[in-house]
Design a binder for this molecule. Structure first.
Ligand code: IPE
Ligand code: IPE
Ligand code: MG
Length: 244
């Protein structure tokens, strides 16, 4: 199955990979270009990593594309990112259909501009029966906002008697997050050397294996991804228990 990847053990690949795609601005700055050029180049890295994940048979790829805090960037940068997102969805639909990839968005989708939201809804609808891989885009996503939303939803249910507060479990909590029904990320990658979570999937990364690379997101490609997967396969995941 993985003949193209002889170094990897097909039986021990992460089912869910999450990526904090960081460093587009620095990539552009290094080349004396506008930050927006960095975001454009970052889109190419997205295409390549989506393809590689699909080839490897990874079930879920979650990409942090825009955080709740990113709204505070200059208006022109936010507008350019929204425009890029819309163009990405338009240009990738055919490939997502051909490769049986379902697109989903997590985050405060209602905050996105109307035209982007419509494109997103259209893409999610068109790809809803695709089953070979789930591409999850975190858009206007913040882990704390997600937790606040979950608390509100569960509280409402408790108030109207649908849920008994004493029987709330972590699986009930998980069921009220945007990632409902998805297993937690096995592997979390952050590019551009920053060693922080930046409000990404706070609940879900409890036991994810974390890899930080200095590579800036637009330079992140298949070879490095495969090296990280090899590294992942060498880690011993204990989940708090002792070695078997
Ligand atoms: C990541 O790159 C993309 C987004 C956050 C939208 P940055 O834009 O954060 O790039 P740096 O961190 O400034 O280099
Ligand atoms: C995290 O990157 C958000 C995304 C990749 C979308 P940021 O560049 O926004 O995070 P900080 O500011 O370095 O923490
Ligand atoms: Mg950044």
């Amino acid at each position: 199955m993985l003949s193209a990847y002889p170094d990897l053990d097909a039986a021990n690949l992460p089912a869910h990979v999450a990526i904090i795609m960081d460093g587009n601005g620095r990539w552009a700055k290094k080349r004396l270009l506008n930050r927006i050029k960095g975001h454009e180049q970052g889109t190419e890295a997205v295409r390549s990593i989506v393809r590689t994940c699909r080839e490897l048979g990874i079930s879920i790829l979650t990409l942090y594309a825009f955080s709740t805090e990113n709204w505070q960037r200059p208006k022109t940068e936010v507008a350019a990112l929204m425009n890029l997102l819309k163009r990405f969805l338009e240009s990738e639909l055919e490939e997502m259909m051909n490769k049986d990839i379902r697109l989903n968005a997590i985050g405060e989708i209602e905050r996105l501009p109307e035209d982007v939201r419509q494109m997103l809804q259209k893409t999610m609808k068109s790809t809803e029966n695709n089953n070979s891989m789930l591409l999850n885009l975190a858009l206007s996503y913040g882990g704390r906002a997600e937790i606040v939303r979950m608390v509100r939803e569960i509280s409402k249910k408790a108030k109207n008697g649908e849920i008994d507060p004493d029987s709330i479990t972590s699986s009930i909590v998980s069921d009220h997050l945007y990632t409902r029904g998805m297993q937690d990320p096995d592997l979390l990658i952050r590019t551009s050397g920053e060693i922080r979570i930046s409000n990404f999937l706070l609940w879900q990364v409890a036991y994810s294996e974390i890899f930080v690379t200095d590579t800036l997101w637009p330079d992140f490609g298949k070879d490095e991804f495969v090296r990280i997967l090899k590294g992942y396969q060498q880690r011993e995941r204990r989940f708090g228990k002792v070695e078997a």
